[in-house]
Design a protein around this ligand. Structure first.
Ligand code: UTP
Length: 450
């Protein structure tokens, strides 16, 4: 892109001020700015402006819209139903029709770790990074079922290089590099409330990752969706980088999804308290929609049925998508969610760090495609077995609580074999050695009970 093209594009969406300091920039800065402008699509700028034009609530529904929402039917698989789902899932895994999809483009600002969150050390004994546990689980399942589970990893511009390096330095944690596909999510410019793009340097636009919903556009643009199709993938297991307890490509969940002919399936767990900060799916007539905790009234949060919360279940963002559904949704515009933030900005050529929020960041959320699913399915699971995210540096949902939960889970596997592991004893299991209690048993470790 040259100057004239950049000017024309910016004028088309009322953003020519982005070039205000052009003449004061060095040649290198000019080239970098043009490169950045080339990544901004006028269509996206107009979408952000439209979202701002009607206020913060656009893209995030108004609370009153949720009043008619009902709790969806959530399956709790047991006995024969569980066996049937596992068999159906195993059939998919053996046929190589399952992929794993990780969103790892977030900034991890609450954890405050300087690097991709996936590189954060979490192994209680080895200090292995979060990526290790994800990759080794995928490897373990692909060994068990004798078929590759291609692994698609979404990064952001800020952490792509470091993420790829982490995989390379660790020899892809044992995975075949041909089955690992990195792709980078989009970035959106920040804007003032008047819809003007914010410069955080005279020659630099403030941009931030476009949210985990940016996944769809990025899957399509990068060719990852086409790659899935070429490989004959039918079910795509989606998960987040910060939860090492997640049971990736869990056969019961895959099987349930397939048996239900679902396009979008969600694992749900009982909320730890009525006001837990998780989204929850609600049913409106024939469609489902994820309602954020901020959109719930106090009465809705506390409503009870049979002594249990009426909206008992929250979503920890563990999903299975039908690949064709992702394909269908990838070309559609998604609603925008706005966050009002303190964004460094250039005033009269000088960078000013605001003390109060002054501009908007825009994000897309993957669960906004839920209402578009022709069929959706919901499956309950035990939080302690599958969800313990690393969100904060300390306190709840921190590395400390996560490591304790990982060790408690492994200790429960030993307990099933009659072996008591003292809580003070550090414990870590490589998923390739044992991905569940049955695997441990097959290793003969139960003998330790004698
Ligand atoms: P979070 O909402 O927890 O955000 O992301 P975060 O960036 O990791 O952490 P904070 O809020 O800055 O502290 C949930 C999942 O979505 C991914 C994250 O990497 C994580 O796996 N994500 C989030 C993206 O891939 N891209 C984004 O733009 C945002």
């Amino acid at each position: 892109m040259n100057y004239a093209q950049a000017e024309k594009m910016l004028k088309s969406c009322g953003q020519e001020h982005v070039l205000a300091y052009w003449k004061k920039l060095s040649k290198k800065e000019q080239a970098a700015l043009l490169e950045q402008i080339a990544t901004i699509e006028p269509k996206s700028v107009r979408q952000c402006q439209a979202a701002l034009g009607v206020g913060v609530e656009n893209g995030c529904r108004k609370e009153s819209e949720n009043q008619d929402g009902k709790a969806p039917k959530v399956a709790e698989l047991k006995g024969a139903a569980l066996k049937k789902a596992i068999a159906a899932g195993e059939k998919e895994l053996k046929a190589g029709r399952v992929a794993a999809l990780l969103v790892a483009g977030g900034q991890g600002s609450r954890l405050g770790y300087d690097g991709p969150k996936g590189c954060y050390s979490i192994g209680p004994i080895t200090g292995a990074p979060l990526f290790y546990f994800h990759a080794r689980k995928i490897l373990a399942r692909s060994i068990r079922y004798g078929a590759a589970i291609p692994f698609y990893v979404m990064t952001s511009e800020a952490n792509n290089e470091a993420t790829v390096k982490c995989f390379e330095e660790n020899e892809y944690f044992g995975l075949n590099p041909d089955d690992v596909f990195f792709f980078t999510q989009g970035m959106w410019p920040g804007m003032t409330k008047d819809g003007k793009i914010i410069l955080d340097q005279p020659g630099h636009v403030f941009m931030s990752p476009d949210g985990h919903g940016g996944l769809l556009a990025a899957l399509k643009k990068s060719g990852a969706l086409a790659d899935m199709k070429k490989r004959g993938i039918k079910s795509v297991f989606f998960f987040q980088v910060d939860n090492p307890l997640v049971e990736i490509a869990d056969p019961a969940f895959i099987g349930y999804h397939v048996l239900e002919k679902s396009e979008y399936s969600l694992k749900l767990c009982a909320k730890r308290d009525p006001f837990e900060k998780v989204g929850m799916p609600m049913q409106f007539g024939n469609i489902f929609r994820m309602v954020e905790y901020t959109e719930m009234t106090k009465e809705q949060c506390l409503r009870k049925k049979n002594g249990k919360l009426y909206f008992l279940y929250g979503s920890p963002a563990i999903h299975v998508f039908d690949r064709a559904f992702l394909d269908r949704e990838a070309s559609k515009a998604m609603p925008l969610h706005l966050a009002f933030k303190k964004i460094p900005t250039v005033v009269n050529g000088k960078v000013v760090k605001p003390t109060e929020p002054n501009g908007y960041k825009f994000e897309k959320f993957i669960f906004d495609i839920l209402p578009n699913a022709k069929r959706a399915a919901f499956l309950a699971f035990e939080q302690k077995d599958e969800f313990s995210p690393v969100k904060n540096a300390e306190g709840s949902d921190s590395p400390e609580t996560c490591k304790a939960d990982m060790q408690a889970k492994w200790a429960r596997w030993f307990a099933e074999l009659g072996v008591t592991v003292p809580t003070t004893m550090p414990l870590e299991i490589d998923p390739v050695y044992a991905i569940d209690a049955a695997d441990l048993k097959s290793l003969g470790l139960w003998l330790a009970a004698d």
